[in-house]
Design a protein around this ligand. Sequence first.
Ligand SMILES: Nc1ncnc2c1ncn2[C@@H]1O[C@H](COP(=O)(O)OP(=O)(O)OP(=O)(O)O)[C@@H](O)[C@H]1O
Ligand SMILES: [Mg+2]
Length: 471
Amino acid sequence: MLAVEERPGAEAARKNLSVCVVDDESDQVDLTTARLQKAGFHTVGTTNAEDALQSVKTGACRVVVADVKMPGMDGLAFLERILKCDPGMFVVLVTGYYSVDAAIEAIKHGAYDFLCKPVDYTRLMKALDDLAENFTQRSQIRDLEDKLLDNLLFHGIVGRSPAMLEVFDLTKKIARHYTNALITGPTGSGKELIARALHQMSPVAKERFAVCNCSALVDTLLESQLFGHVRGSFTGATETRPGLFEYANGGTVFLDEIGETSLHMQAKLLRVIQNREIQRVGSPEVRKVDLRLIAATNRDLRAEVLAGRFREDLFYRLSSIEIRVPGLSERPEDIPILVQHFLKKYSEAYGKPIQGLTRRAQILLLQHDWPGNVRELENVIASAAITTVADFIDIGDFPEHLQNPHRGSAASDESWRPLPLEEIRRVHIQRVLDMCKGNRVRTAQVLGIGRTSLYRFLKRPANGKSAVSAA
Ligand SMILES: Nc1ncnc2c1ncn2[C@@H]1O[C@H](COP(=O)(O)OP(=O)(O)OP(=O)(O)O)[C@@H](O)[C@H]1O
Ligand SMILES: [Mg+2]
């Protein structure tokens, strides 16, 4: 029996380590594969280096045991290709021509170990057992992190960055006392989640929480939705209906995208905020409501006030309590736990045993600047969880613009050309539109422009070429 088999817990740990054996001699492949399988390692063997690379790409193995001299591929070149596919891969090189210099060279190039032929199985097993132990420890750490993640949840909101902890603190502090609150922050940063948390922690948590997206409706419809209407007050008003303010009386109304409302609508909202009074459309009757109002916007309302597009008095009323939710690029420390949170959510939803992300995939996510913030990150993980066929999500599972961040960017050095501004705008809008999967409302939000402006740009042909297309 091999001495290394006596290591406590070794047998269980070996099951966690998948190994790919590659050698141009099939006898050697069979022999090593059989030895490793017998010892309990999950092992596949191949005489084809490309097949081995495929296993690396799909995350089907965590360790490669490779012969250094194979036809058509030198060992070090092969090592380089493996590490290019996944820098987190462990590669044990095996050679018939051992020399200390070659071993040092291989380790310098990133090999995990370098063995000579005939293979010393005791040594190979020890190297693999060390790795298996390391993997088991890492998976135990992952379990602990999962538990920790539960503790880092604030009403379903994930955050551990100082900036988010401050947001949670402020939310907790004001939840019992506010009557009006303004939540600001870029699109997809989690404003609605904070609004819900505010309501859940308020004394009216048991009452209704009604949401109105102010940008989704034209003025007349928005007014009728919020204030209600009486029968016959406009064409189509076939019956008298209470609005959201009455529906949520006693609870909270969340006015999303308040920065998109017209000055006319703002005057009506000001009255609700100042007097807690409403009038159904077409009715002279003034009704009292007892409401908490939370408004949210991704616009800079101060700038909107200066530009004359937002009422100053409404702004001051609303912003006496303001919670600013930072964009994801201001809190990259949150990315790993958000990824963990969404991975758990989507691997459960799709019934896939996804273990995590390859190291280079993690790096790519940290390098991206996330213009669509947490929503964009969630979409990326959700679609990667669908497409992946491996236990680990890799960069190939991410959308094009993430894999090739500089491609097509007018600002990147290699592709810089002195383009007319109009053209740069066209390319940029198209990229954001693609990122938002053709959703124009979302695209306008990410671009920080109104929907009407977006439609205008979309319609405008660029130098006689066809306009930007949307799905
Ligand atoms: N900190 C977070 N933890 C977990 N999920 C989050 C977090 N922040 C945002 N999300 C998720 O991201 C998505 C977008 O969040 P939300 O709708 O609250 O953003 P928003 O700021 O209101 O966006 P918009 O300005 O586009 O309305 C939701 O699916 C939400 O569940
Ligand atoms: Mg929102």
